[in-house]
Design a protein around this ligand. Structure first.
Ligand SMILES: NC(=O)c1ccc[n+]([C@@H]2O[C@H](COP(=O)([O-])OP(=O)(O)OC[C@H]3O[C@@H](n4cnc5c(N)ncnc54)[C@H](O)[C@@H]3O)[C@@H](O)[C@H]2O)c1
Length: 384
């Protein structure tokens, strides 16, 4: 069978973390890398050659890539708040597209993605991978068998502090600066990165919570309200960021979701999942991930009480080696596996365009709710 020729737009840290994982797929050939930052794509090509043994062609702008490269599919891993424009342009050219999280930053962008997939009939997938963690698969199987009883509540958090994030980008070279120094803001040679912009409204970054939780509860989020700790009151002095935003959501099936996100204040990590944490409450059972590195995942059963579940882990012990080797507890291989499965076998990927926008739109409206003092907002149904 002919290999799927893959191009990559944006060869930054995310691509570099999967560039020896995704191409392990036997049906993938990475033919082109493209990045606008000085030297980034050359470095990425050398990094790729060192692990995979061959060198893709390199390009320095989207326009140059489109003009010169021939490919069937593209992975887009540029700034997430600008990626939809590229995704739609590529789908309009008949190219299969995988984008990174979050899928979109505006409701209009959500509709653009949906319309592009419907119009062009190409495959689109969001590369959200936490939904493939083994314990999430186990909780999903429990929900499908009705073992939770009626699920009425789910909770998730993404609290990921780094002392120095890449808050700034050099306008000329495109190089990002990992710093805790706010003075770059006053330097005309630098601009704020998408991460800085996102950390002002951290609730935008919820795909790794909404995607796995909704895959267990079923349904889609219908209403949202949210509050935050306030811009300018952060642990990171002189940064226009908020330490936490906290959203309450309700699905069309009545499940309440409590979700929070923050990136700029120290938080304790959890066993295996690092900055992520999850809980599912049903009328019969409650499943809870470890709250720290000291405790274990736990199951509560009415009548029997709590028990520790050491068999709930991130990496599927029965998965093939190429899955187990991947980062994020083995989850990082799944998006490429399902993207190729969709393209080669004409299937709908698990994280299709509807699930993608359903993991983005509630977060977009949560940010808007917080800006409006916590008002409850209604999420459109993109499936109608
Ligand atoms: N799924 C995950 O676990 C995970 C983890 C980290 C990041 N991400 C996502 O991956 C994406 C990229 O993250 P990152 O950390 O690499 O971001 P980054 O900002 O560090 O890197 C983005 C890269 O894209 C390049 N770029 C920007 N605009 C471009 C354009 N128009 N054409 C070509 N190149 C362009 C930049 O020069 C940079 O090298 C984001 O959407 C992020 O949310 C996902």
């Amino acid at each position: 069978m002919k290999k799927v020729r893959l191009a990559v737009l944006g060869s930054g840290p995310r691509w570099l973390s999967v560039d020896n994982v995704y191409p392990q797929h036997p049906d993938v050939e990475v033919v082109a890398l493209c990045d606008i930052a000085d030297g980034a794509v050359e470095d990425a090509a050398a990094h790729f050659k060192a692990s995979m043994g061959y060198e893709p062609a390199v390009y320095h702008s989207y326009e140059e890539l489109v003009k010169n490269a021939v490919y069937d599919a593209i992975m887009i891993s540029v700034d997430p708040d600008i990626q939809v424009e590229y995704a739609v342009a590529e789908m309009d050219r008949g190219i299969h597209v995988m984008t990174e999280v979050p899928a979109a930053y505006t409701i209009d962008q959500c509709y653009s993605l949906v319309h592009a997939v419907r119009k062009n009939g190409v495959k689109y997938q969001l590369a959200e991978q936490t939904r493939y963690w083994y314990f999430i698969q186990q909780w999903r199987a429990m929900a499908e068998k009705g073992e939770f009883g009626k699920i009425y509540y789910a909770e998730g958090e993404y609290l990921h502090f780094e002392p120095k994030w890449d808050y700034f980008r050099n306008k000329k070279t495109g190089h990002r600066v990992w710093t805790d120094d706010p003075s770059f803001d006053k330097d005309p040679d630098y601009e704020r990165t998408w991460r800085y912009r996102t950390f002002a409204e951290p609730i935008f970054y919820l795909p790794h919570e909404l995607s796995p939780l909704l895959s267990i509860t079923g349904g889609r989020v219908e209403t949202v309200s949210c509050v935050g700790t306030g811009i300018g009151k952060s642990y990171m002095k002189e940064f226009d960021v908020q330490d936490m935003e906290c959203a309450l959501m309700q699905t069309d099936t009545g499940v309440i979701l409590s979700l929070r996100a923050g990136f700029t204040c120290p938080y304790g990590h959890k066993r295996e999942t690092g900055a992520h944490w999850y809980q599912i409450k049903g009328t019969e059972k409650c499943a809870e991930w470890a709250r720290s590195t000291l405790d274990t995942p736990k199951l509560f059963t009415a009548g029997e009480g709590w028990c520790e579940r050491n068999d709930w882990v991130c990496s599927d012990p029965n998965a093939p080696e190429e899955f187990k080797r991947a980062l994020h507890g083995g989850a990082d291989y799944y998006p490429m596996y399902y993207f190729m499965d969709a393209i080669l076998n004409d299937k709908t990927p698990p994280m299709d365009v509807y699930r993608a926008v359903e993991s983005a739109a509630p977060a977009i409206l949560a940010a808007e709710s917080a800006r409006k003092g916590g008002v409850r907002l209604t999420v459109p149904n993109f499936r109608v």
